[in-house]
Design a protein around this ligand. Sequence first.
Ligand SMILES: Cc1cc2nc3c(=O)[nH]c(=O)nc-3n(C[C@H](O)[C@H](O)[C@H](O)COP(=O)(O)OP(=O)(O)OC[C@H]3O[C@@H](n4cnc5c(N)ncnc54)[C@H](O)[C@@H]3O)c2cc1C
Length: 375
Amino acid sequence: MKNTEVLIIGGGLAGLTAALDLVSNAKQVVVVEKKPYPRHKVCGEYISNEVKPYLEHLGMDFEPWSLPQINNLQLSTQIGKSISVSLPLGGFGMSRYALEEQLYRLAMEKGVEFIFTSVVDVDFQENQFEVSLLPEDKILAKMVLGAFGKRSNLETKFSSKNKDQKSPWLAVKSHFIYDGHPENLVALHNFSGGYAGISQVEDGLVNLCYLARYDSFKPVGDIDEFNHRTLCKNPYLNEFFNKAKPRFEKPLSIAQISFGKKTLVSKHMLRCGDSAGMIHPLCGNGMAMAIHGAKIASKYVVGFLDQANMSRELMEKAYQNEWNAKFGRRIWWGGKLQNLMMHTKWFNWGMQTVTKSKTIMEAMIKRTHGEPILN
Ligand SMILES: Cc1cc2nc3c(=O)[nH]c(=O)nc-3n(C[C@H](O)[C@H](O)[C@H](O)COP(=O)(O)OP(=O)(O)OC[C@H]3O[C@@H](n4cnc5c(N)ncnc54)[C@H](O)[C@@H]3O)c2cc1C
C-alpha cells in the first residue's frame, strides 16, 4: 500500500497552495483530485491582492500574464441606479482555468505527486489515516488535509451538520468577448433573485458569473431565457448581453450551493478552503480566504510532523482557534449580507440603500476583507 506524509483531498486553490507550501517545507505530498487540469470553474475570478505576495512566495509568476489590475467596484440596482467606490486593497483578474493549471505545473515541478481520481472514504486508526480511492485503491498518510470544496461527495460522509441544509442558490458563468468593460472594474449588477459579477480576466476576456436563487430560476428553467427575462431588466446587464459575444458553447452552471457553517476538523483531518467555510461570493474574496486558510493549515501540519511529541488534539484545537479568529467575523458579515439577500424585498431595499451610501459600501468591504498575507 502506498504511504505518504501528507495527503490532500482536492486540488482546487486551497489544495494546490497547501501542496506548494508543504513541499517547500520538505514534506512528501500526494494530492488526489477528481478532475484533470486545466478546467473551467464557476467563479467570478476576481482575486483579492490579499494573497498575491503569498502566491508569489510559493513560486507563482504573474508577470508574463499581464493581468487586469482591478481597483474599482461598481454596484447597480435592478433599475440601473449605480454607485462606484475604489477598492482599498484591490485585486486582479485571472481565470481558474489558467490559475489552477499554473499552480498544478509548479507543484509537479517541486515534487508533489498527483493522482486523478475520487476519494471515497477516510479512516483514522492508530495515529494514521487510510484513504480509499476509486476504483479500489488505498493510501496511508500521517496527515490528511480536506480541501474538497463546497459540493463534494465527502461532505455528507464527514459532517452531520450539512445534511439537511437547504441550498437555494444556482450559479452560472461564461467568458465573453466585450470591449465595453473597463479593465480596472469589478461590477456587481443586481437582478430579481440574485446578482451578476462582471470583470476582466487574462487575454482581454470578460467573465460574467451570477448567483440566482433557485426559486427565481426554476419557473423559467432555461439559462438563456432567464438571462433574457430576468437579468436583462437591469439596463447594465441588458447592454452587456446585447453586445458581448460568448466564448463558451454553453455557460457552466452549478446548483446546490450552500453557505452554511462547516466543520473545521473531521476524523482528525484538517479542512481548509470552501470545505472549512465559505464566505458569500458577493464579498469577492472566497479564493483569498481559501488560500489563506490553506496557509494556516499547512503551518499546523508542518509543526505537527516536525515535533514528534506534539499532541494531535492540541494541534487541531489550535488550528480551529486560529481559523476562527482570522475568518469568523468576515464570514459573519458575509452571512448578514446573505440573509438580507435571501429576502427579495429587503434585498432590493438594501441594495437601494447601499447605493445611496458610499460609506456603507466602504464599511462592508473593510469588514469582509483581510490584510495582505506575506510568506
Ligand atoms: C458563483 C461564485 C462566484 C465566486 N466568485 C468569486 C470571486 O470572484 N472571487 C473570489 O475570491 N471567490 C469567488 N468565489 C469563491 C471561490 O470560488 C471559492 O472560495 C474557491 O473556489 C475555493 O477553493 P477551494 O480550493 O476550497 O475549492 P474548489 O475550487 O471547489 O476545489 C475543490 C476541489 O476538490 C475536488 N474534489 C471534491 N471532492 C473530491 C473527492 N472526493 N476526491 C477528489 N477530489 C475532490 C474538486 O474536483 C475540486 O477541484 C465564488 C464562488 C461562487 C460559487
